[in-house]
Each structure stands twice: as structure tokens, then as C-alpha cells.
Design a protein around this ligand. Structure first.
Ligand code: NAD
Ligand code: 0WE
Length: 263
């Protein structure tokens, strides 16, 4: 018996088998959920279809979340095929590469708009389009990062986007709460995905992470998937508007110092 038997999930943001969205898809599938996917057209056909097939999924639709018409089409197709939606997963982000290095003060208006549109507004757009298929007991999950709260070198405009994403999740949680729809975020520590490895200094940061993390290890997409099972299941029936850290305990540290004699 699975914790998600009979539930139907639509997952945005798989790029490849290293994607956090794929870790979530595998985990939800193992608990009995039926999974559908939506990814940007460039990867949907070639990368996502084979992964989807490996867990018995037939729903793979292209969507650039900057485009309202494409978003509407995905949910129309979902409604036609499945009627309702129990779990909506938002696992995507983008900022121009140039905005993720150098000084934050140099962020342009265009870089700011692009990052906030794709990484934060898209949660509102997807949830809005999903309203006709959501019902009491459904849940929405988005992926965030601790730089929304505290300075992380080079994360720059993405930090602003993650703060906005978390605020969007809180507003959606309050508005959809009366309908029995929950909205939460998982704040994951650094994981070597496509998006993360495209970032200067990530390797060093990832290496340091396991020296300072209370759990003394790096994180996996399976760690995130396991947390997603709980948040998307009826076991989390009273949790909404929340940010759940899946970061080996790093967010509780005031000073990220490697182990010495005592600790
Ligand atoms: P990833 O590269 O596997 O996934 C990012 C996804 O965003 C890709 O599938 C990409 O196609 C999609 N995307 C970008 N622009 C899009 C658009 N306009 N329309 C539709 N899709 C678009 O990387 P990931 O690390 O798995 O990222 C998933 C989420 O996890 C993101 O929200 C990211 O900020 C968050 N996150 C990642 C880490 C990490 O260290 N990897 C840590 C915390 C949070
Ligand atoms: O959210 C992310 C990744 C976000 C991201 C990454 C890229 C790289 C390639 C968004 N847009 C782009 N655009 C590109 O062109 N993470 C939490 C991983 C991450 O990204 C960082 C980090 C960490 C951790 C960027 C700078 C510093 C740390």
C-alpha cells in the first residue's frame, strides 16, 4: 500500500534524470501516484519522454511557463485525460547566466523581469490554470533555496526570485486554504543538477557543504523526493504556507565552520 495510492500528480521541471523534479516524480510514483510531466519543448520529447515511460507515464506536454496559452493547453489536456489533479509540482527556475555572477547592483531590469517571471510568477500562473482541476485534499509544491532569506554569493537576482516565490506560496496557501488546497515549499540544499552545475563556484560550495552540514553529507534528489511524499500526502493535512528545509540542517547554523575538536 502506498501513501499516494490513487493520486494524480503533474510535475513541471524535469530536464534530465538529475533534476530534482525527477527525484520527486520517482518518489511519488513509488508511493502509488500516477505521474504526468510538463517541461520546456526542447527537452520534453527527447529527455523527458523516455524517463516518463520508465515509470509508466504517458502524459508529457511541452510548456514554456512564460507563455499563458501554453500553460492553459497543458491543463486543458490534463482535465480531458484525468479530470482532476491531486498534486501540482513546480520545480523550475531561470535567470540569465550573466546575472548569476558579479555584483547584484549591476542587475538589469530585463534580467530582473526574466528571473522573477520564470522563477516566481510562474507558480501563480500554474496554480491559477490548475484551479478547475484542484479539489479539497489537493496540494501544490514549489522548490526554493535558503538564499531567499540569507546572502549567498552569486545567487543574486535568483535570491529575490526565491523570496518572491515563497511569498507567492504563502498568499496562495491562504487563498486556497478554505477550499482544502495546500501550498508549500521545500527549501533544498545544493544538489548537482543541470541548473546548479551551470554556476561558477558551485563545485567548491558543494564540497564545503558536507564539512559544515550537521548531517555531514551532501543531498540527493531522493532526499527531496522523500520529503515531497510527505508534503503531498494526506499525512501533511494540516501543513500549508510552509517552507520545509531539506538541507542536512545547514539553515540552523549561525556560522558555517568546519568541525574542530568539540562539535
Ligand atoms: P534542473 O535544471 O534539473 O531543473 C530546472 C528546470 O527549469 C529545467 O527543467 C528547465 O527546463 C526548467 N525551466 C527553465 N525555464 C523554464 C521555462 N521558461 N519554462 C518551463 N521550464 C523552464 O535543476 P534543478 O536544480 O532540479 O531545479 C529545480 C528547482 O529546484 C528550481 O526551482 C531550483 O531553483 C530549485 N533548487 C535547486 C537546488 C539545487 O542546488 N539544485 C537547490 C534548491 C532549490
Ligand atoms: O536555484 C538554483 C539554480 C538556479 C539557476 C541556475 C542557472 C544556471 C544556468 C537559475 N538560472 C540559471 N541560468 C543559467 O544560465 N540553485 C539553488 C542552484 C544554485 O545556483 C546558484 C547557487 C546554487 C546553490 C547560483 C549561484 C550561487 C549558488
Amino acid at each position: 500500500m502506498g501513501l499516494l495510492d490513487g493520486k494524480k500528480a503533474l510535475i513541471f521541471g524535469v530536464a534530465n534524470d538529475h533534476s530534482i523534479a525527477w527525484g520527486i516524480a520517482k518518489a511519488l510514483h513509488e508511493q502509488g501516484a500516477t505521474i504526468g510531466f510538463s517541461s520546456i519543448a526542447e527537452v520534453a520529447e527527447r529527455r523527458v519522454k523516455p524517463l516518463a515511460e520508465s515509470i509508466g507515464s504517458t502524459f508529457v506536454e511541452p510548456c514554456n511557463v512564460q507563455n499563458d496559452a501554453e500553460i492553459a493547453t497543458v491543463f486543458e489536456k490534463w482535465q480531458a485525460q484525468y479530470g482532476t489533479l491531486d498534486i501540482l509540482v513546480h520545480s523550475l527556475a531561470f535567470a540569465g547566466r550573466e546575472a548569476l555572477s558579479g555584483k547584484f547592483v549591476n542587475t538589469t531590469r530585463d534580467q530582473f523581469h526574466l528571473a522573477l517571471d520564470i522563477s516566481a510568477y510562474s507558480l501563480v500562473a500554474l496554480t491559477h490554470a490548475a484551479l478547475p482541476v484542484l479539489h479539497a485534499g489537493s496540494s501544490v509544491l514549489a522548490m526554493t533555496y535558503y538564499a531567499s532569506e540569507k546572502y549567498v554569493p552569486n545567487y543574486n537576482v535568483m535570491a529575490v526570485a526565491k523570496s518572491a516565490l515563497e511569498a507567492c506560496a504563502r498568499y496562495l496557501a491562504v487563498e486556497l486554504g478554505p477550499q482544502g488546497v495546500r501550498v508549500n515549499c521545500i527549501s533544498a540544499g545544493p544538489i548537482r543538477t543541470l541548473a546548479a552545475s551551470g554556476v561558477g563556484g558551485f563545485r567548491t560550495m558543494h564540497g564545503k557543504f558536507k564539512e559544515v552540514a550537521p548531517l555531514r553529507r551532501t543531498l540527493t534528489i531522493e532526499d527531496v523526493g522523500n520529503a515531497a511524499i510527505w508534503l503531498c500526502s494526506d499525512l501533511a493535512s494540516a501543513t500549508t504556507g510552509e517552507v520545509l528545509f531539506v538541507d542536512g540542517g545547514v539553515n540552523v547554523l549561525a556560522i558555517a565552520a568546519p568541525e574542530e575538536d568539540g562539535a
